[in-house]
Ligand binder design. Structure first.
Ligand SMILES: [Zn+2]
Ligand SMILES: [Zn+2]
Ligand SMILES: [Zn+2]
Length: 84
């Protein structure tokens, strides 16, 4: 199964916006939680408020985070520069 789109799965997940440097490091800049908006998800803002067997019926975890390189720098990162 390939994940070719921006919405690889119908689960909540976190998008991590990264800064990537020419040394190969990439550092997180900020993050955003994407809500799947399903009622059958314990993490969703639309989670079913009625009593139900949540452990069995609902997703309990986020999917793996998605990393998005938002900025790319043609230099080494601060850690490499300062750390020598
Ligand atoms: Zn969800
Ligand atoms: Zn539930
Ligand atoms: Zn580096």
């Amino acid at each position: 199964m390939e994940n070719c789109g921006r919405h690889p799965r119908a689960m909540c997940y976190e998008t991590q916006y990264m800064r990537e440097y020419s040394c190969g490091h990439s550092w997180g800049r900020n993050r955003q939680v994407i809500d799947c908006l399903r009622t059958a998800c314990a993490l969703s803002s639309r989670h079913d408020p009625a009593p139900h067997n949540c452990q069995q019926k609902c997703a309990q975890q986020m999917a793996a985070p998605v990393r998005v390189v938002q900025e790319r720098f043609d230099k080494h990162c601060d850690r490499c520069i300062l750390g020598g």
